[in-house]
Design a protein around this ligand. Structure first.
Ligand code: NAP
Length: 252
């Protein structure tokens, strides 16, 4: 407890799933958390749960794929928090469709959210993150950055780019002592994966093939995000941590 005492964090897409779990854990560890989501009710519900745990923060509505919305988001964080130590670029979407059926709108939506969204938030957050040394940027990528399922080209391209962006940015921001790392979750039980996990055969297959023999939970990702957000990772930058129960290790 208390590993993020005195820190201010912004977690995008924290109205549900992995982002919500990260927001709740960071708050339990003492951080004030700005919960940002495009769904107001979801963001407010996360904040209520943070307050029920005895924590504090803000619930903010933002569409991180839009520059003006991100600008308003960061202005509000600055107005209310004054400081920002941790940015988690978590909001993301996926479109499972054959390459030939993925239209321009699909590509635009996926890249605008998963890649450009992280760029916009990072650009606007930088002035606040630079105010002190030891700030942390954590990007939620995916094992799809380096291992692939069929019909996921747009998503895989966005996550591969996000991983590259994280490493490249880590180099560029190192002189400011801003650490940039990324997490590559495998299959995690959230709204995003509910349609797959609803199928009994798929669950059985995943449990069978995952070396650690279970599906991941949002908390499995949140605990790694906590490590990357805390001073425990102060000499770590440009690094990706895979959280998939060992699945991507398998050859057969
Ligand atoms: P989720 O439960 O669908 O949560 C994503 C949240 O982000 C939702 O609240 C969503 O709002 C919000 N969001 C989407 N687009 C947004 C935008 N433009 N602006 C603001 N908020 C937006 O999904 P999740 O599984 O927790 O995913 C979180 C991150 O983990 C994503 O980047 C995802 O790619 C990554 N990831 C997930 C898995 C997995 O197995 N679950 C694996 C690897 C990586 P709406 O509900 O309105 O869409």
């Amino acid at each position: 407890m208390g590993r993020l005492e005195g820190k201010d964090a912004l977690v995008t897409g924290s109205g549900s799933g992995i982002g919500k779990s990260i927001a709740l854990l960071f708050a339990r560890e003492g951080a004030r958390v700005a919960v940002a989501d495009r769904d107001r009710a979801a963001a407010e519900q996360t904040l209520v749960e943070i307050q029920q745990q005895g924590g504090g923060g803000l619930a903010l509505v933002a569409d991180i794929s839009k520059a003006d919305s991100v600008e308003q988001l960061l202005l509000e964080v600055e107005r209310q928090f004054k400081t920002l130590h941790i940015l988690v670029n978590n909001a993301g979407i996926s479109r499972r469709r054959a390459f030939e059926e993925l239209g321009e709108e699909d590509w635009d939506a996926v890249l605008a959210t998963n890649l450009k969204g992280a760029v916009l938030c990072t650009r606007k957050a930088l002035a606040l993150l630079k105010k002190q040394s030891g700030s942390k940027i954590i990007n939620i990528a995916s094992v799809e950055a380096f291992r692939h399922a069929r019909k996921m080209t747009a998503y895989a391209a966005s996550k591969g780019a996000l991983a590259s962006l994280s490493r490249s940015l880590a180099l560029e921001l190192a002189p400011y002592d801003i650490h940039v790392n990324y997490i590559c979750p495998g299959l995690i039980r959230t709204e995003m994966t509910r349609p797959y996990l609803a199928r009994w055969m798929f669950r059985k297959y995943m449990r069978h093939w995952t070396p650690l023999r279970r599906v991941g939970e949002p908390e499995d990702v949140a605990s790694v995000a906590l490590f990357l957000a805390s001073s425990d990772s102060d000499f770590v930058t440009g690094e990706g941590i895979t959280v998939d129960g060992g699945l991507s290790l398998r050859l057969f």
